[in-house]
Design a protein. Structure first.
Length: 318
């Protein structure tokens, strides 16, 4: 791969192919593969891609088969990686640089850790899938990061692990079918809200001092019934094992799903009398823009309005 011949700052387009080599990017470059599925780097006995330069952008690559190493190792700052796949290696990706962004990428079937951040500031991960690793996402001494819209599923041990990490925010992270959804050790000041915990052997463990809701909404915990409800959340807290942390506003439904509710008037309508149905559903992280009504008598309606009317031609329970 002819990256060495590209001047900095500059760009390099790489055609589809299988490249059996170890690539080092040591200066400001934008490197783009023809397609994620077709542009494949196999590192074998070393890291497939090592990024030591700052301000590097890398898109549309698969990096794999780095048996005792990370598929990608990032030590530079201000590095952006997107639309990539890091798989079948010891680590999927290891990042020690600051201000890195990893987005729209797939990280799977790595022998040890899918994505590892170490000693990093202001890391960002969004719209990624991390699956089939021993551990999914691991943060060690990571500060002021943002992790959002990530599906972490079917990892053998911990889906998301924190160690001595501080002031990171996690929302719309879906921890599914891991041994531990989140395992947080000696970490404080982190914020977890609008996350889903489903099918894990244990949803979370935390011995630090972290916030598991943002003061209004918390997380969805499969199997938890908090009794009475208020505005899409339970009024009873969810207790986080490992310490004294609690989610004070656990979600009734999965993060991002509206909580359905409606009322109707009059309360005891007669046959052929017009009934007004009013939607009182709640969407905690968005706006309801359309409603589908099933009136139970074979009739239905789709409306953007909060209220609709219907008349029943016969008596009955609908």
């Amino acid at each position: 791969m002819a990256i060495d011949a590209v001047a900095s700052p500059g760009g390099c387009f790489v055609y589809d192919g299988r490249y059996h080599e170890q690539i080092v990017i040591d200066r400001e470059l934008t490197v783009t593969g023809q397609s994620m599925e077709g542009t494949v780097v196999a590192g074998h006995d070393g890291p497939g891609v090592t990024i030591t330069g700052d301000n590097v952008t890398m898109h549309q690559f698969t990096v794999q088969d780095c048996w005792n190493n990370p598929a990608v190792h990032v030590t530079g700052d201000n590095v952006t990686l997107g639309e990539c796949s890091f798989m079948d290696s010891y680590y999927g990706i290891v990042i020690t640089g600051n201000d890195t962004v990893l987005h729209n990428s797939s990280i799977g079937h790595n022998a040890y850790i899918g994505a590892a951040w170490q000693d990093a500031l202001r890391s960002e991960m969004q719209h990624c899938s991390v699956y089939g690793n021993n551990k999914g996402v691991v943060l060690s001494n990571v500060i002021d990061g943002l992790f959002t819209h990530i599906e972490i599923h079917n990892n053998s041990v911990n889906g998301l692990e924190l160690s001595a990490s501080f002031n990171n925010t996690f929302h719309h992270v879906y921890c599914i079918d891991n041994m531990y959804g989140v395992y947080a050790m000696d970490s404080t000041g982190n914020l977890f809200y609008f996350n889903d915990f489903i099918g894990n052997e244990q949803h979370a463990w935390d011995n630090g001092n972290n916030s598991w809701d943002n003061g209004t909404v918390g997380n969805y915990w499969e199997g938890f019934d908090g009794g009475s409800r208020l505005k899409g959340t339970y009024t009873s807290p969810y207790l986080i094992p490992g310490g004294s942390n609690v989610d004070n506003h656990p979600l009734i439904r999965r993060a991002g799903l509206p909580v359905p509710s409606f009322n109707y008037q009059p309360g005891l309508p007669f046959t052929l009398q017009t009934v007004t149905f009013t939607d009182t559903s709640i969407d905690l992280d968005g706006v309801i823009v359309q409603r589908y009504w099933d009136f139970g008598d074979g009739s239905n309606a789709t409306s953007m309005n909060q209220a609709v009317t219907h008349a029943y031609s016969d008596n009955g329970t609908f």
